[in-house]
Ligand binder design. Structure first.
Ligand code: GLC
Length: 443
């Protein structure tokens, strides 16, 4: 049996990528991007969005629907031009709520039920006598054939709702709106959340050319200067969560084995909020089994799949200097226990390693994108990032910036990473605005 120090060392080895390893992962990522762009076999889908940079002068009031997998958010956004906007109204509702007895993300829910629920949320924020142009952020991999045509390729983030995969999501929303006589709401664009996050930043910042989500899911998009078959620059949704060249450890393999899509979404399973809590649970369970945590007695919550989330990673990562925080954390999971100093070290160390690996992998993918769009790194770039991990996980944003500097050897001022809070909603409104002129002339 190993001792505590050996266990900590082993975890460090399991979850740490050296600078050299990250550099070669960035190269592999770049290779897969190029293959995907050429339409060759690749783990990166490189999906066209049919949208390009906004001018920053788009104006008007737009409705935004942001469907990400955990919550649905509806917003009414006023774009004022000159990169300024105001959120006039907003409403957030969870997609599953046990206390209210619904779960629109499970396989027993149908497309009509899910999109009906979305349409109901839109109805609540709108007035029947007014007309609205709607931008829809739909945060899943879609094959788009235009700014308002998107067929869902497959679900990610452990969503299972039936009857959506292979269907045009725009039609599903249209049908739900029609069934509720909401003919005053006109969906005009559909965008991935990474594209919306990038649009929201690009509305204000001409150097914003990469958008990313570090939240429940993980993904990145960028402005492709020369997309094949198109004459103008276009945002490309990389679907980077599916990057498959990262060597995993035994915990990654175990988690993958009982996930909804074994073998797929490898990077997402290492990076995203939907999975890092579960990874932490698997690590702690293993350490308890080795008799090195909680005196070898396993709390019930560690034995149950899905009990830990990104929030737990955040709390524990920050907890070593505050043992009372660990006791509160255990109590919250219904497991009062005395915590030793070694327990504290193991909990903090495990959470910290998992969070750091996630941030460093995200940085490696950004480095690859930067090398693709600006090989000699001569310009300024802004990476617009939205999502709970980037916003709330202690040290996450700093680790991304430091790793980027480590990987690219450039000054921090040249590559700016910014938090674009609510980017998915605001970007949806901007997307709708960029097509508003065309829509008006079609009517
Ligand atoms: C998942 C989805 C992707 C989305 C990301 C962030 O990776 O496949 O489309 O952008 O989550 O929400």
């Amino acid at each position: 049996m190993p001792n505590v120090q050996q266990c900590l060392n082993q975890l460090h080895t399991d979850f740490t990528f050296s600078a050299a390893q990250l550099t070669s992962l960035a190269e592999l990522f770049l290779h897969d991007m190029k293959e995907g762009l050429q339409g060759r076999e690749s783990s990166l889908a490189m999906l066209p969005s049919f949208l390009t940079k906004p001018t920053g002068q788009e104006t008007g009031s737009f409705l935004a629907l942001d469907f990400g997998g955990t919550n649905v958010r509806v917003m009414l956004v006023e774009l004022n031009g000159y990169g300024s906007y105001t959120i006039l109204a907003r409403q957030d509702v969870p997609l599953s709520d046990q206390s209210k007895n619904y779960d629109f993300t499970s396989s027993t829910s149908t497309a009509a039920e899910l999109f009906g629920f979305l349409a109901d949320q839109l109805a609540q924020l709108t007035q029947p006598e007014k007309t609205y142009l709607l931008g829809h952020t739909f945060s899943f991999p879609c094959r788009q054939t235009g700014t308002n045509q998107a067929v869902l390729l497959h679900w990610t983030k452990e969503i299972h709702t039936s009857g959506v995969v292979g269907h045009n999501v725009v039609d599903l929303l249209d049908q739900a709106l029609a069934a509720r006589s909401l003919s005053n709401i006109h969906p005009v664009t559909i965008t991935n959340d990474t594209v919306s996050a990038l649009l929201a930043a690009a509305y204000q910042d001409c150097y914003a050319d990469i958008g990313s989500i570090c939240g429940t899911g993980h993904n990145t998009c960028y402005l492709e200067p020369k997309p094949a078959k198109f004459s103008h620059p276009m945002y490309i949704n990389i679907e980077s969560g599916n990057f498959d060249k990262i060597p995993g450890n035994k915990y990654d393999a175990l988690l993958d084995s009982y996930s909804a899509r074994p073998g797929a979404g490898k990077m997402e399973k290492m990076c995203a909020g939907r999975y890092i809590g579960e990874l932490l649970r698997l690590v702690l369970l293993d350490v308890v089994t080795q008799n090195l945590l909680f005196n070898g007695s396993c709390p019930v919550f560690l034995q149950t799949e899905g009990t830990l989330s990104g929030w737990d990673v955040a709390v524990l990562q920050d907890a070593v200097a505050k043992p009372e925080q660990i006791s509160l954390w255990l109590a919250k999971h219904g497991s009062p226990a005395t915590v030793s100093l070694d327990d504290g070290k193991i909990l903090q160390h495990s959470a910290g390693l998992i969070a750091k690996r996630s941030a460093r992998l995200a940085a490696a993918s950004y480095a690859a994108v930067l090398r693709h769009i600006d090989p000699a790194l001569t310009s300024f770039h802004t990476i617009s990032i939205d999502g709970s991990l980037y916003e709330k996980l202690p040290g996450y944003a700093d680790t991304i910036s430091q790793s980027l500097q480590e990987l690219l050897g450039i000054k921090a001022e040249q590559i700016k990473c910014i938090l674009t809070k609510d980017g998915s909603g605001i970007g949806a409104a901007i997307a709708a605005a960029t097509t508003a002129k065309k829509t008006a002339s079609l009517k």
